[in-house]
Design a protein around this ligand. Structure first.
Ligand code: IVH
Length: 676
């Protein structure tokens, strides 16, 4: 790598790492696995080692990620007495031996005398607890390592965190008058599953994993909700020195006697072999634990050695984390296919040399998009790592550069649609390329018909094979054509008898009574999913008023943001769309919300503008209806025009912050009822 390439690559990596930091720490919604993230950081570290003068002070290799969003949050920001550092980490047992050798070299200890404590690395969110005279006085999140958010009110509701310790003089090892102790707040799997089930029922996006759920919960504004969610806290690090505690092992024992929850899964190890045995055991056994773990932390036992070894800017030299890998396999990338979806979005898919991964043979894996391919510099003939995430199709997460054959070239992304040869386009803020040939591109046409017929939309019987045949025989090139089908026209279909015709036509007929909200969803307007369609239908009442709504009117509808408003307006501006929608209307589909008389109860909230967020004791929709029926308005997003921000449980800190900044009155459900 020459210097100019290094400059360019450092810029790319920094940008990617910062973005992933934000996804992980602030949004609690990571887009890549820890392993993929660590690969990016390692690559950056590697380049910075090679070109030290290019390593700037602000490099993400020198700082821990931050969970602090922006400058003001609903929580008070407090400086940590002792910075909260991160840990160096490795996925490689050889690097553990390096860690061990470095310690022998840099500390005054003989190989025979060294001892390590191996602990589980619980996968949650870090917390720093301060006690004075045995009483919990403050709880801070890690934040950016220097400043944390004060979440004491929430932490007091976590049952495994003692708010009052037993009297010190009755304990075998007394605790200091003032001390700090740190640990990990986790959400056990059973609580996590309950929470996600409830989210699904409330039509809210689920948390990707227990870590995000724990971190998200800790920053809720309702302590009651925090309590309901059943978080737990395992402590692992006593920050304050005290007599009688000279080693990590003693610290954990003492903490346990003081009333803290300490993971029982720990081992005092005399050498690398014992550490490895612990790693291997827990790599298998962790699947049987009730909480998520992502590795093992190995710490030098004697505090005297901690002092000798000291810290780097980011992490202590006396500890390291060995991280478990998600199940991965390495295989060769043979070719890349490009799939075009209903909305025209293009997804690159890798064709691989078949390889066994967690019990199934994998031949294909997602490559996400052009940026991801470029970021990892994935090339044809490379040996790539694949990993199974939450999705059914595995994904390519990186390249084994040591196995790259000579003379490979950077991957050239396609510029034209593989299905219709139209020049692809890419919006700067979108990750994927898309084919703009909405009317003529076959997978887009077939995809729209399939979506229209799907169960949650018009629920018309018939699978992909029927759609292919209708399209190939020119019987349906848009969903409206379904309503012009006759037994005669259907005769041309292969493997198709009178019974099939009867069933299909009957189900098409039945679809005419599908309610307006589902018809609206069936139209397949980009970004209008089931929930949004329901809201638009309720708000506008009919296709007529939706179709003629201005952008300003659209954006006022509940939960409609800029992206959706633009998309809806654009859809109805296209004469081709209005034409086939008109055909649907003529066919007799429901284009009006059935009259569920919206009573006007009072004008108590006349012209008051509300933004609602979070969950309440009753469905959100009911609250909206209450506001409307008392003359109020419900807006999608907080702006200077908002009069009240009605914040329920689980309201995110970003929204609270925005409301606070704009000086909007924030009320909870009780205050809302009082207002009425
Ligand atoms: S020790 C200076 N021990 O892992 C001491 N950390 O990547 C640093 N973690 O921020 C922490 N289990 O949130 C330590 N047994 C354990 C841990 C643990 C989980 C987390 C902690 C830390 C992160 C480092």
């Amino acid at each position: 790598m020459n210097e100019s390439r290094a400059v360019e690559r450092i810029k790319e990596l920094k940008q990617a790492i910062l973005e992933h930091n934000n996804n992980y720490y602030v949004l609690n919604a990571p887009k890549i696995s820890d392993f993929e993230y660590d690969l990016l950081v390692q690559e950056l570290e590697g380049i910075e080692r090679k070109f030290p003068h290019l390593a700037t002070e602000d490099s993400p290799t020198k700082h821990v990620g931050s969970d602090l969003a922006g400058t003001a949050t609903a929580f008070q920001r407090v400086r940590h007495k002792v910075p909260m550092l991160s840990l160096s980490n490795t996925y490689d047992k050889q690097e553990l031996a390096d860690f061990h050798n470095r310690i022998l070299k840099n500390a005054s200890v003989q190989e025979d005398d060294i001892a390590y404590v191996s602990e589980l690395k619980l996968d949650g969110t870090a917390i720093c607890l301060s006690y004075a005279h045995g009483r919990l006085t403050r709880a801070l999140t890690r934040g950016d390592g220097t400043y944390g958010d004060d979440v004491t009110a929430n932490v007091l509701r976590i049952s495994s965190i003692p708010s009052q310790l037993p009297p010190s003089d009755r304990l075998p090892v007394p605790y200091p008058e003032q001390f700090e102790i740190r640990g990990e707040i986790v959400m056990p799997y059973p609580r996590f599953e309950e929470l996600n089930k409830a989210k699904e029922e409330a039509d809210e996006p689920p948390f990707a994993n227990p870590r995000n759920a724990a971190a998200g919960t800790l920053k809720l504004l309702s302590a009651d909700e925090v309590q309901r969610r059943g978080l737990e806290c395992y402590v692992y690090h006593l920050v304050t020195d005290t007599e009688g505690v000279q080693t990590q092992w003693q610290a954990l024992e003492a903490a346990s006697q003081w009333g803290f929850l300490v993971s029982p899964h720990r081992k005092l190890c005399k050498n690398i072999e014992e550490i490895e045995a612990f790693l291997e055991y827990w790599d298998r056994e962790r699947h049987n634990l009730p909480v998520a773990t992502d590795g093992v932390v190995i710490k030098v036992n004697a505090f005297a050695l901690h002092k000798q070894l000291g810290m780097t800017a980011k992490s202590p030299r006396w500890a390291t984390a060995y991280k478990f890998k998600a199940e991965q396999a390495a295989t060769r990338l043979l070719s890349v296919d490009f799939q075009v979806g209903r909305t025209g979005a293009v997804t690159p898919v890798a064709n691989l040399e078949p390889v066994l991964l967690s019990g199934t043979t994998v031949r294909r894996a997602s490559l996400h998009n052009a940026d991801q391919i470029a970021l990892h510099d994935i090339r044809l003939e490379d040996t790539v790592f694949i990993e199974k995430g939450g999705e059914i199709i595995p994904k390519v997460v990186g390249v084994d550069l040591s196995l790259r054959p000579p003379h490979t070239m950077p991957f050239e992304y396609i510029t034209r649609c593989p299905e219709c040869n139209t020049l692809l386009e890419k919006e700067p803020e979108e990750a994927k390329h898309f084919c703009p040939n909405t009317r003529g591109c076959p997978p887009q046409i077939k995809g729209r018909i399939a979506h229209f017929m799907s169960r949650k939309a018009m629920n018309i019987l018939g699978g992909q094979a029927l759609i292919e045949q209708l399209y190939n025989n020119d019987l349906a090139t848009n969903p409206a054509h379904l309503y012009g089908l006759t037994p005669e026209k259907l005769e041309v279909l292969e493997n198709w008898g009178p019974k099939s015709t009867e069933n299909l036509l009957r189900s098409i007929e039945a679809s005419k009574s599908v309610p307006f909200s589902r018809v609206l969803y069936a139209l397949g307007i980009p970004f209008v999913g089931e929930t949004t369609a329901g809201q638009l239908a309720a708000h506008f009442g009919s296709l007529q008023s939706l179709q003629t709504a201005t952008y300003e009117a659209l954006i006022e509808a509940p939960d409609v943001g800029e992206k959706i408003a633009i998309s809806v307006a654009r859809f109805f501006q296209d004469p081709a769309n209005t034409l086939w929608v008109q055909t649907l209307q003529e066919a007799g589909l429901q284009f009006e919300q059935r009259q569920t008389e919206r009573q006007h109860l009072s004008q108590a909230l006349e012209d008051k503008r509300f933004v609602i967020s979070g969950t309440f004791s009753r469905p959100r929709d009911e609250i909206k209806q209450t506001i409307l029926s008392h003359g109020g308005k419900v807006l999608a997003a907080i702006s200077a025009q908002t009069d009240y921000f009605l914040a329920g449980n689980k309201t995110g800190p970003a929204k609270m912050k925005k409301a606070t900044q704009l000086g909007i009155r924030i009320i909870d459900e009780n205050e809302f009822l009082e207002l009425l």
